[in-house]
Structure formats: C-alpha cells, structure tokens
Ligand binder design. Structure first.
Ligand code: NAP
Ligand code: G3P
Length: 484
C-alpha cells in the first residue's frame, strides 16, 4: 500500500515505516454510528504480525533514544502543524467514525496539535540533577550521584473510542519525547481517526519502527500484546472493566490506567445557580455524555434542587440533538449496546420512583438528553457510569451527606463544588476522594498540562504533559566516587 489507505478505504497498519495490510486477509468493517455508512476497513493483525511489530519496536530503540531531544521536539512541532493543516479532513472522519459533533471534532484535533507542541517544549526543558553524598549521615562530598531520566523501552498505548486522536497523542507524544518507541492499539471504533494522527507523525519525519500501530479487536488480540514480554510499559485509557482485567494479567509490566468516572457536582445553597446550571448542562451533555469527565450526577439539597431543576430543564431543552454534521451537541451513541444500557438506566430509575423532568426519548442509538430528579441510592443511575446523556439529581439533607454519597461511589475521577464561599469550597474539596476537585466549574480534563488522575476504580498513575513524560521515563543514577 502506498499510503495509509487505498481507494476502497482499506486502511493498513504502520509497521516499520510502511503502511501494510495483514497477511491474514482479515479485516474489520467500520460503519458510522451517525448513518450506518462505510467509514473504512481496518486490519485484524495476527499474533505473528504483533511479534514482528514488537521486534521492530525493540530494534528502533537505540536509534530513537540517540536522537537529540531538540530533534525529537522538531518532529512533534511538525506533526502539530500537519494536524492543523489537516484539521478539516480529520474532523470529518471523527464526525463519521465516532459521531462526534463538528465543533468538538475540530476542537479535538486542534487541542492535540497544542498538546504535541507543549510536549515538545516540556521535553526541551528536561534536566537531570546531581545529588551530593554529604547530605546523608556518614556521607561524603566525594560521592555524587548524577541522575537523569531515561526511556522505559517499548510503550504500548491503548486508547478508547471517545477521543481517538487526543487520547492517542497524549500517550504517544510524551512517550516519544522521553525516548521510547511506541506501539498504538487504538479502539476499533476510532481506529481510522487514530491512524490519521499516526500518519501526521510519520509525515513529520519519525523514523520507521519508532511509532507503529496494531489494529484488531481488543477482545481477540489485546491480551496477547499486553502480556508480551517485549512490552515495557502499558498506557491505557478505557473502561474500568478492561483496565482491571489488564492490571490482573500484566504481571510485572508497569501500567498507567485512566478509567471510568461518576463525577458529582455538589451545588451549595449560596451558589450562583444560573451559572451552575449552564455550566453543568455543558459538562453533562457535550458529546452526548461520552466523556470520562462528564458531570454524571448532581448532589444537592431540596432547597437548591427545587430552583435548579427549572434552570437545568430550560438549558437541556435548548440543546441541539441529531446528526453530528449538523452543528448539534447530542448525537447518536457509539453503538446499540450503549443506547440499550442508557435506556435501561432511565427505565430502572423511573420504575423505582425517579421524576422524569425531560428526555426519555430514543431514536435508534440517539438518546435525547434526559434529566431525572429525586434519584435515590437504590437506583442503578445513582452509581453506574452511563456514558450517555443522562443526568440524575440526588437530593440530600446537607453537604455532609452530599460528601458521603459522593465518596460512596467506586469511582474517584473528579468532582465539582459550586458555591460563592471559598472557605466552604476548600473544606469540602479536602474531603472528596477524587483526583481533582473543580471549584465553580464543570468537571473536565484540560488544560492538558494539569495533572490528570483518578483514584479508586478511576485509575492508577498521573497524566498531564510533564507527569506523562515522568511516568514513561525512569531515573538513571550514575554515582561518581572521587578518590583522595
Ligand atoms: P474499552 O471498551 O475499555 O476499550 C478501551 C480500549 O481497550 C480499546 O482500544 C479496546 O479495543 C481495548 N481493549 C479491550 N479489551 C482489551 C484487552 N483485553 N486487552 C487490551 N486492550 C483491550 O473503553 P471504551 O468504550 O473505548 O471507552 C469508554 C470508557 O473509557 C469509559 O468507561 C470512560 O470513562 C473511559 N475513559 C476514561 C478516560 C480517563 O481519562 N479516565 C478517558 C476516556 C475514556 P477495542 O475497541 O478493539 O475493544
Ligand atoms: O473522556 C476523555 C477525557 O480525556 C475527558 O477530556 O476534555 O472532555 O474533559 P475532557
């Protein structure tokens, strides 16, 4: 194949610098959740081909780690430029492949270009340290440790369907600048978008073998790659279910996990409710709630809920719903299974007594934005991650109870606290068992140089430009012993 795909929309994998089809002849057809049209076909690699990819990755390590950082950074700058030039083309693919609305698709591509540039800058600022032996009892000035960061080796990057460009680049960029070689296993639905990112990096001048791809169903090829002895680090974003499985089988291979969430917005009585309502609607329903950081529950008192409900309803009713190409916010979910699950959560809540304020309408995989009031702890929607446009309101007696219910979740990604009282905000923030608390803002990942992490079932390890570079490099100490 001469490029990443042929005229029949058959996509290859980038293996040792060439776009190639699988010798197995097995392909997976990718159709659009928007209208069922063909997006393309991707390869289902065999185990033998995975072995080859890993071998090339190992062979490329010494070459890549010897490339000066400023040259590595130059490649990332160039890739960022190419992504921006191709933003329209790539966002059109995102719209069709994962039914992401136009505005969010363009923003994902541009944000990724910024991410790569920031990563290049951070790489150029990497410095080592010198530690003198004299600081420790019995130590001596004659002993000095020179410590710098070195690559881990071959990084396996596994990305989810919902941000195939951004959450692939957030692993690839920091891994490359740290001197690692990378194998990307993108989500099957989302793989075509991710392959376009890889093409931009290849066109920017990455040597063959430094970045390669492996497409194929995670359920078929995933365990094989994850447990392969040639993988030195696994950087995974996806569901808690798959993340937990990978941590069980990965044995001694270090891994970083970004998993699911059930982010709560705690709204206090003194909050600016108009602002909170606007902000929460955006946080809960953008890309149809298919974001790990979407606001997935509101926890508040009766007094606030009574006033907030009307404001939320008004905001939700204005949300444009439909085809991702038509300037909307809420689009069809990624597949039928996700839409069935969303419908189940809504029906379960209504059957157990929740109040339906708006929504509960389905057309195919399109779930209309749904607001449920008086949600109680016996309902599935109180605890499950819907990954769809459903927002439950849980009413509590006071903020102590709100914190208790927020923390009772198995997840611990982010939480929001809306209040005008900064003292209260800080006191509550200290008690919330999450990676990040947002004061007076919806839960969200960015800006992408902030530390981003989940605790409990939401993950392990920290992402964010410099944190990701640190996670995918290790200290190497060389101790100098001066003689008298
Ligand atoms: P998923 O089903 O867990 O899949 C994630 C990735 O894992 C895909 O590439 C998938 O490949 C692969 N995979 C599946 N089984 C595997 C195995 N046995 N070995 C290796 N890889 C395997 O998640 P998703 O549906 O794509 O994404 C949605 C989930 O991701 C949500 O729970 C969301 O909260 C979470 N997420 C978390 C963050 C965060 O930063 N915390 C960010 C985004 C998304 P296939 O597609 O081929 O199955
Ligand atoms: O779910 C993907 C995660 O990276 C969220 O990013 O910017 O939508 O909060 P964001």
């Amino acid at each position: 194949m001469s490029g990443l795909c042929n005229e029949k929309l058959i996509y290859g994998n980038l293996i040792n610098g060439q776009w190639v089809e699988s010798a197995s002849g097995k392909v997976i057809t990718i159709t659009s959740p928007a209208d069922g049209s063909l997006v393309g076909e991707i390869q289902a690699l065999s185990k033998e081909e995975v072995n080859e990819v890993i071998r090339y990755s190992k062979e490329s390590l010494s070459l890549w780690s010897s490339v000066p950082i400023y040259e590595k950074a130059g490649i990332l700058y160039k890739a960022a430029e190419l992504l921006e030039e191709r933003a329209e083309e790539i966002s059109d693919i995102l719209m069709m492949e994962i039914a992401k609305d136009k505005k969010s698709s363009v923003s994902e591509v541009k944000r990724t270009a910024d991410f790569l540039r920031f990563t290049a800058d951070a790489g150029k600022s990497l410095e080592g340290i010198a530690v003198s032996g004299e600081n420790f009892p019995g130590g001596s000035r004659n002993k000095m440790s020179y410590v710098k960061r070195v690559p881990l080796g071959t990084v396996l990057a596994i990305s989810p369907f919902n941000y195939p460009i951004n959450l692939s680049a957030s692993k690839i960029g920091p891994a490359l600048i740290g001197g690692n070689t990378v194998i990307l296993k993108p989500a099957t639905q989302g793989a075509i978008s991710a392959l376009h990112l890889v093409k931009a990096l290849q066109d920017a001048g990455l040597p063959g073998g430094v970045l390669q791809t492996v497409t194929g169903k995670g359920s078929e090829i995933g365990d094989y790659i994850v447990t392969h002895g040639g993988i030195d680090f696994i950087n995974f974003t996806g569901s808690t279910e798959v993340g937990r499985h990978l941590s069980q089988i990965s044995c001694m291979t270090p891994l970083l996990l970004e998993l699911g969430g059930k982010d709560a917005a705690l709204v206090l009585e003194d909050a600016d409710l108009e602002y909170a309502a606007r902000n929460i609607v955006e946080g809960a329903f953008s890309y149809s709630g298919q974001r790990c950081t979407a606001v997935k529950r509101i926890i508040t008192t009766d007094e606030v809920a009574d006033r907030l409900v009307d404001m939320l309803k008004a905001g939700i009713e204005k949300l444009p719903v439909g085809d991702p190409r038509e300037n909307v916010v809420v689009t069809p979910l990624i597949d039928q299974k996700s839409a069935d699950f969303a419908e189940f959560l809504i029906q379960d809540a209504i059957a157990k007594g929740a109040g339906l304020i708006v929504g509960n309408k389905r057309e195919g995989n399109l779930i209309y934005p749904t607001l449920l009031d008086h949600v109680t702890v016996d309902m599935e929607i109180a605890w499950k991650e819907p990954f769809s446009p459903i927002l439950p309101i849980i009413r509590v007696e006071n903020m102590e109870e709100a914190v208790e219910i927020a923390n009772r979740s198995e997840y611990g990604l982010q939480s929001s606290v809306f209040t005008k009282d900064i003292n209260k905000a800080f006191r509550i923030a200290e008690k919330l068992e999450v990676g990040t608390v947002q004061i007076n803002n919806k839960t969200e990942r960015g800006p992408d140089h902030f530390p981003f992490l989940g605790v409990k079932a939401s993950g392990m390890g920290t992402q964010g430009v410099k944190y990701s570079i640190e996670a995918m490099t290790r200290p190497k100490a060389i101790t100098i012993n001066l003689t008298e």
